[in-house]
Design a protein around this ligand. Structure first.
Ligand code: NAP
Ligand code: G4F
Length: 355
């Protein structure tokens, strides 16, 4: 059914881009990934290194901030489907670099839509929306009908991208959809995000590379799913008869503290928590402090609670999440334990989350 289709993916070097490329290649697509030029070869490309020998996988140069490069990419590739996954996607960075975030994450979506409108209007477009659009949530759980109240420049940029995608659908009859995706994680998640930071630090601490982990707000709650499950829904959204927007979530919420407890217990450390606020710490069963709170990781405005309802996705597209919270945490810890032990055996330093 998908045989012979051509897909263009922005953000191909990221977590979702790598899983989506694998999925589309397995369905017989020719996949073109947009990459930005860097002065040095970057390790960031490593998530797609394993695809480089696949004759159906190609890279094309371009940048989300440059309309001409997106126009050229569409003209050259003439895609049947365009997945816009590129973004400045780290929420704290969006307060440090709000204009760049608005440009890449918000205006970038508009540039993609313009490139399609001008060069291949029948191309189907997927926009990577975010549960950060809900921010200070107006109802629990959040659905496609829940009003937005973003809490960061990143969230604001994603709201703009969502609205302009809907507007281009309504104005120009483009087949353009947004998936409002809740947090999704994997062993390929960037080390700066809290889940991967926790799993890598649990692995490093258990192997003796570090003694403690510094953390921010452990009371924040997220609806965490598995990235490989979620990219399946990105593809399904472009296979439906009419374009529409969907929440993609697991329907469960867990705190950062729960994630830490589970990850550390998986490497044999049973934590007990002491103190409040910035004095909060966690000790292991031997009385050694393993987690300390660092105000540096608190945000100017927090999203305290996210939990999504994926009923529409299940009813219309038959999608539901396949991986449990516990399964996800253990998968990520096991992967980082393997990475750390390989580094130890071969005598090099394992990767460390940014401080
Ligand atoms: P990610 O790992 O941070 O990947 C972001 C991608 O965007 C990278 O490939 C990056 O390329 C690319 N990019 C950044 N700036 C660019 C620019 N100026 N021009 C071209 N490419 C640029 O993100 P992810 O977790 O895979 O998420 C994919 C998308 O879903 C993002 O839009 C994110 O905001 C959204 N989202 C993610 C989640 C989640 O929980 N993961 C939830 C909701 C929505 P480089 O390698 O060159 O940096
Ligand atoms: O892992 P996070 O940085 O992800 P966040 O902010 O929820 O954003 C991710 O999910 C969004 C979907 O809702 C995406 F759109 C976005 O691109 C990104 O993928 O933080 C999760 C929570 C926050 O409440 C944060 O305050 O963890 C809390 N946290 C506590 N300590 C920490 C830390 N976050 C990070 N990154 N580092 C900490 O030390």
């Amino acid at each position: 059914m998908s045989e012979g289709k051509v897909a263009l993916i922005t953000g191909v070097t990221g977590q979702d881009g790598s899983y989506l490329s694998e999925l589309l290649l397995s369905k017989g697509y020719a996949v073109y990934g947009l990459v930005r030029r860097t002065s040095q070869p970057t390790l960031g490309r490593s998530l797609i290194n394993h695809l480089s020998e696949n004759p159906n996988f190609h890279l094309i140069n371009g940048d989300m901030t440059d309309q001409a490069s997106l126009d050229n990419a569409v003209k050259e590739v003439m895609p049947d489907e365009f997945y816009n996954l590129a973004a400045q996607s780290f929420v704290p960075e969006s307060w440090r670099s709000p204009l760049m975030t608005a440009d890449v994450t918000g205006m970038g979506a508009l540039r993609c839509l313009e490139a399609i409108k001008r060069n291949k209007p029948e191309c189907r477009y997927y926009q990577a929306g975010s549960s950060e659009q809900f921010g200070e949530v107006k109802e629990i759980p959040q659905t496609e009908e829940t009003p937005f109240h973003p809490r960061s420049p990143y969230g604001c940029a994603k709201v703009f991208a969502f609205e302009i995608t809907r507007n281009y659908r309504e104005s120009y009859d483009l087949f353009a959809c947004t998936g409002i995706l809740f947090n999704h994680e994997s062993p390929r998640r960037g080390l700066e995000f809290v889940t991967r930071k926790i799993t890598m630090m649990a692995a490093r601490i258990s192997a003796g590379f570090d003694e403690t982990m510094s953390i921010g707000n452990v009371d924040a709650k997220r609806d965490w799913g598995y990235a490989a499950d979620f990219v399946e829904m990105q593809w399904r959204m472009l296979q439906q008869e009419k374009p529409d927007d969907f929440v993609v979530a697991t329907g469960e919420t867990h705190s950062v503290k729960e994630f830490i407890d589970l990850a550390f217990s998986h490497v044999g450390m049973i934590l007990s928590w002491h103190g409040e606020g910035v004095d909060r710490i966690a000790k292991d069963q031997n009385g050694i402090t393993r987690v300390v709170t660092n105000p540096r990781f608190f945000r100017p405005a927090e999203v305290e609670l996210l939990i999504g309802k994926y009923d529409k996705a299940e009813a219309a597209l038959g999608w539901k999440p396949g991986t449990t919270f516990t399964g996800l945490v253990k998968m990520m810890v096991d992967s980082d334990v393997a990475l750390v032990s390989e580094a130890k055996e071969r005598g090099y330093a394992p990767p460390k989350p940014p401080e």
